[in-house]
Design a protein around this ligand. Sequence first.
Ligand SMILES: *Cc1c(COP(=O)(O)O)cnc(C)c1O
Length: 493
Amino acid sequence: MKFVSTRGGEKVNGAQAVVQGLAANGGLFVPEKFPAISVAELEEMLEMSYPERAHKVLSKYFTEYDSKELLSALENAYEKFEGDPAPLVKLDDGVYMLELWHGPTCAFKDIALTVLPYLLKKGCDIAGIKEDILVLVATSGDTGKAALEGFKDAEGVRVMVFYPLDGVSKIQKLHMCTQDGNNINVVGVKGNFDDCQTAVKEIFASAEHVGKLKEKGVVPASANSLNFGQLAPQIAYYFSAYLDLVSSGQLEMGEKIDFAVPTGNFGNILAGYYALKMGLPIRRLHCASNLNSVLCDFFKTGVYDMNRELVKTTSPSMDILLSSNLERLIFEISGRNSKLTAKRMAELKVNGRYEITPEELKDISEIFDGGFANEDTCVEAMYNIFEETGYTMDTNTGCAMKVAYDWFEKNKKDETDMIIVSTANPYKFPQDVLYAVTGNDVKDSFKGIKRLHAATAMAVPKCIKDLKDKAPRFTTTVSVDKIFNEVLNFISK
Ligand SMILES: *Cc1c(COP(=O)(O)O)cnc(C)c1O
């Protein structure tokens, strides 16, 4: 299978797409053509385990990887999860939560970042790259931790994570800064997530920077949803959720369903769109934002406008104005017009805004809609579900819950099943979740964990329990313009 850049020009295989991360012209790699999964194949997949289902999806994209080896890599990855990697929990008739946070770091990023090390290292072998890999990560919290855990002590790999100093929760920060492993570094950046992401993207885009790294014997690689190697494993849980509904008799094969997805960089929900493109019967994808409602506005108006202040919210994984993966949707919706996509991305860079045509907006609206939650309505949605069903969710998922509620309210006769994609264990945001379900406000995260446990009786996961007695290993902070210096320092050690 070949991959092309959304901005034209380049054509590479899957291994190269994963190793390079971004196309040389700044574009994102997309499959030249979406491979299909037929109804007959869906039927076959009903009986399969999660890793087997994921293998079915991934082997269609990564045709130059050894199929048996890919399957065993997936089996090893998902063994790190507690039980089913993507279980469905029924909230009500036709309403389900898809819990993606049973992995080693308790967030949905684990689904991909337990697999990416294999895809990347094998990809280097296939592409004939001999240098060590330097994985550079900009994170709003969860990707960083999942990448550190996924790549720690991997041979021939070093990992460097940049997070916004004031843009992650206290638990997320502790999680990253206490990480073990002899090949890692974690740096706080004086700026917001967009600043971190832009600085890291610029390293990849600069021939001079990449050259300097090569001189030191490393090639940079990315571990975020811009990398197709991270996106691909996410397509699988859309299939798996659908198949679980069919195999448990709650859905007829072929019947369409909806997903509501808490969205930041547009990676998770884009994977849902890719699943649809492959033939999964999805009717609508509901894109949920928080107060940083750039995406929600885009789906309503066709204008992407990031000329506004980034607001810090209690759903920090979604505190983003530049949703980079939207470029892949724009590319599809323009009829795969790479010139137009490049032009729009150039406009975005210069003016912070671009617009799609009314026809394109109409096409997008057949599948996507956008909604958002403010701080109060997010809490309200979380509280209501807790009251009605006893179910506790995290704050990011709370935003998607609110958007799903709004949809139900407006479409009372709608019989289509709704799956809300749940992205983090509630204990990752203990104080805010505690506040939502009980109204109690505590200052200390560990007190929050204790009280949340008392209020919900939900088990505290291992990755959270272990945190309390750990001291931070990493305390370096830098300004945005010093990020590359810090990279050079790290690899010179
Ligand atoms: C990363 C993340 C999101 C946003 O996902 P995108 O793929 O960036 O849209 C939402 N919730 C949580 C908990 C996350 O970690």
